[in-house]
Design a protein around this ligand. Sequence first.
Ligand code: FAD
Ligand code: NAI
Length: 474
Amino acid sequence: MAKQFDVVVIGAGPGGYIAAIRAAQLGMSVACIDAWSNAKGGPAPGGTCTNVGCIPSKALLQSSEHYEQAGHHFADHGIKVEGLGLDLAKLLGRKDNVVKQNNDGILYLFKKNKVTFFHGTAAFAGQVEGGWAIKVTGNASEDLVGKHVVVATGSSPRAFPGMPFDEKQILSNEGALTIPDVPKRLGVIGAGVIGLEMGSVWRRLGADVTILEAMPTFLGAADEQVAKEAFKALTKQGLKITMGVKIGEIQSGDTITVNYTDAAGAAQTLMVDKLIVSIGRVPHTAGLNAEGVGLKLDERGFVEVDADCKTGLPNVWAIGDVVRGPMLAHKAEEEGVAVAERIAGQHGHVNFNTVPWVIYTNPEISWVGQTEQSLKNEGRAYKAGTFPFLANGRARALGDTTGLVKILADATTDEILGVHIVGPQASELISECVVAMEFRAASEDIARICHAHPSLSEAVKEAALAVDKRALNF
Ligand code: FAD
Ligand code: NAI
């Protein structure tokens, strides 16, 4: 006898597990199925984000940053470090513990909210009385029926054509998070978010890191001025970033040989001990039996949805990395909440214009809204205010003065249209700007709000003052 639920969520990544919890909060009976297993074969909910994405990468970024600070920057503060060494096994073990805490936290939240969790792979088995039949196989074997189904099956790394990941030499994000010895020479294909974050981790731990990027412009989606500043800082630290390459043949062995053509058209060869391939991710729908039930995918393999995350099938929704839009955990979460609320008859809403981006390098890079390039392309009249961290007292006290805050506002109404930050704690500073944009604030609003002194957030206020050319400290 199939178990009946109001909502069956397939996938317990940040999209799925949040959708399940919100639906349960709203009084619905909810099942959530997830296939991910930990090293012992047990359930590991949390998806890419928790297991091989956001969380472990930030754990490694933190540990490697401590190591770099102790090795190169403590001396500036008059702190002597002798006998500094690296216990990589412990560093990686700490990261695994952080991941486990998050897996366990989600299982606890499921219990607390009365979400029934199944550890296995879910596939559509057709439309039946009462909703959709869902077959769970693997660790759990169950037949479920969901009145509503939320597909939150996420994404997988894109492999380089003809060069599958072996996770020993040719690494996706999974292998990049578990390299057992610091490689002498590390190659990275793709100077996107993963390439920069994981490249930074291994450089700080001692690898000679070369990143090869196809596009001629560094971080093309970011504001040009901020991208330039970030490029300068990251290359100064020792990341070798080559733009505008065309990758040719890759030969894998003890040494990996990457043949490529540089921006000037000259043939080049890069020899490395490990190669991270971070050239984007693809939606994951394998095993769902999407075709069998007529769940439509677009030409790139994303589940087709409308603005409300409704698929073409009645009462079937899809959210997160498996649908259009940025592949970000917080975007997946927002869609999860919105879909649960829509199922409950409420009016869930996601504002794509205020989804922030953060790259957790040092300096951190963050932005929300439009760039100067996009405003120019639109022909929209705007004002820009920038403020460098060099002129911020807290940044000086921290010894971390790289970067700037830049605010773009409408030339007539002064409404904030975009904010771009490169510098210390950019990940945290951007939240104030997201709130301001959600409330359709003017730059004047931020400029007139009292910010604590000394704090990095004063750089945001000063950038807002600079929009009207009245910065006080620069
Ligand atoms: P996922 O997290 O991919 O979860 C999908 C889940 O569904 C998985 O557990 C999978 O096993 C399960 N599943 C798939 N098919 C089935 C099936 N048929 N049956 C049962 N279960 C199934 N984003 C940020 O916002 N900030 C960051 O700092 C950040 N860092 C990242 C770092 C790295 C290295 C990577 C790779 C990604 C990072 N991301 C980050 C992106 C973020 O991880 C994704 O956007 C997010 O995980 C998407 O959530 P999701 O719920 O859509 O899918
Ligand atoms: P990405 O899209 O950020 O970057 C991929 C890069 O590879 C691009 O610059 C692209 O031009 C380049 N590229 C593509 N094909 C190439 C080729 N053949 N040769 C050389 N370069 C090539 O994708 P990435 O880094 O794989 O990350 C995937 C996604 O995961 C991100 O888009 C992001 O959504 C998410 N993520 C988010 C993080 C965050 O929010 N801090 C951290 C890590 C990942």
